[in-house]
Design a protein around this ligand. Structure first.
Ligand code: GLU
Length: 442
């Protein structure tokens, strides 16, 4: 049987790290099971869904390295939902309710005052046909609730193990609004059946929905998929990551120059038993990660971890991988890459570092170092230069000047690069060459 998974975002905002987690977990599962990956845009909320957000989501997924097998939009599939709705009405599982929001509020308040849970009392089930006609004559339109059967729903979660959802303590969920539009619950089940979804991998905030949805799967006669509910990424203090935290949107992280692989690794491996470290690509992660490695505790996101990983990925990036990106910045050469990559926090930092090699730089020579720098100029070894040139030069200079440590190296660094820090001079020297060094030491 083919494995089919889906990632089902609502196009009501841009993706952030927390949304990247289910997107990637589904993708890694698809990679390791040769599965079909469906992108399902949950756009039944027409007031908040936009075309621009939908495009943004596809862009963000592509940036992360996710290429869905195909895409569907719930707004194109209303006929399927209508048919399912009619079947549920015919089988008595979907019933019309006429209470207004106000009336429901009052019922909830009354229940609380009596010390009862604020569960819908199913009053609508005992309405006579006459009463319904009367409501309709008053201009009321029904919303439709699904009749839960009250039995505990059990399922074997691929991450969390055996789960029981006690639907008896839940209100019958509204599946269809007064205006005939659908809430998330029913379309999701109808699509999962229609598309043959075999595994539903999503956040643990959906566990109780799963109880309801399994009843709907069964009421519609569809096969029930396997479920896997993962822990949600939280901030350091356990607070939720919200779409509104702009700095964490994938678009922003991208604009800030983070490597998509670093973002993906942090989004998916935080809160798992696999270490957060560089992996060559998503396929390599898919080979190692199993859903059972996802922790049952919270997954706390630490921005410092993303920074650290981003740097480590750059510091170990092979030249072949960097080459096209260097070319786009007008740079080339493996020695240049190897000399500079250890100092990168973001890839594009290389432009500024390469300037230290190619110039222009403003050499800095303090008055008290002038004689020393003149000596250094005289002591520059003849070419060819290599990684050992720096050692030979500074050993000779140490003897000639009596300087050592920082008072030996720093004036050289300042004269050669105009900066207090930067790439190792041992690697820079052969890139600069004797002529440039003579110029900068003048
Ligand atoms: N649109 C839903 C969400 O973003 C999908 C949940 C699901 O995967 O079923 O929460």
């Amino acid at each position: 049987m083919t494995t089919i998974v889906r990632y089902a975002p609502s196009p009501t905002g841009r993706l952030h790290l927390g949304n990247a987690r289910p997107a990637l977990l589904n993708w890694l599962f698809a990679l390791s099971h040769s599965a079909t990956y469906v992108l399902r845009l949950d756009d039944t909320d027409t007031a908040r869904s936009t075309e621009e957000f939908a495009r943004g989501i596809e862009e963000d997924l592509a940036w992360l390295g996710i290429t869905p097998t195909f895409k569907v939009r719930q707004s194109d599939r209303t006929a399927l939902y209508d048919a399912a709705r009619d079947r549920l009405i015919a089988s008595g599982r979907l019933y019309p309710c006429y209470e207004t929001e106000n009336e429901l509020d009052r019922k909830r308040m009354r229940a609380r005052a009596q010390g009862k849970p604020p569960i819908y009392d199913r009053a609508a089930l005992s309405l006579s046909e006459d009463q319904k006609r009367q409501y309709e004559a008053e201009g009321r339109k029904p919303h439709w609730r699904f009749l839960l059967d009250g039995e505990p729903v059990r399922f074997d979660d691929m991450i969390k193990g055996e789960q029981t959802v006690n639907t008896a303590s839940m209100s019958d969920p509204v599946l269809v609004r007064e205006d005939g539009t659908y809430l998330y619950t029913l379309p999701s089940v109808v699509d999962d059946i229609d598309l043959g979804i075999t595994h539903v991998i999503r956040g643990e905030d959906h566990v109780s929905n799963t109880g309801t949805q399994i009843e709907i799967f069964e009421a519609l006669g569809g096969p029930v998929p396997r479920f896997a509910h993962h822990n949600l990424l939280t901030g350091a203090g356990g607070e939720g990551l919200s779409k509104r935290i702009g700095s964490l949107s994938l678009g922003e992280l991208r604009a800030e120059g983070y490597e998509p692989l670093a973002v993906a690794i942090v989004a998916v491996l935080t809160g798992t038993s696999l270490p957060i470290e560089p992996y060559p690509d998503l396929v390599a992660i898919a080979r190692k990660l199993d859903l059972s490695m996802i922790s049952h505790g919270p997954a706390r996101y630490d921005p410092a971890e993303l920074d650290g990983l981003n740097a480590r990925i750059l510091h170990t990036m092979p030249y072949d991988v960097a080459r096209p990106r260097l070319a786009a910045l007008g740079l080339a050469g493996e020695p240049l890459w190897l000399a500079l990559r250890d100092n990168l926090r973001r890839f594009d930092d290389i432009g500024e570092l390469a300037r230290l090699v190619h110039g222009p730089v403003a050499p800095e020579i303090a008055p008290e170092d002038r004689a020393f720098i003149a000596l250094a100029r005289e002591a520059l070894p003849p070419e060819p230069w290599d990684q050992d040139t720096w050692g030979a030069w500074t050993t000779a200079l140490k003897q000639a000047s009596g300087r050592k440590g920082k008072s030996l190296y720093m004036p050289l660094r300042l004269a050669l690069t105009g900066r207090h820090d930067g790439p190792e001079l041992r690697s820079l020297l052969p890139l600069l060459g004797r002529k440039a060094c003579l110029d900068r030491l003048s």
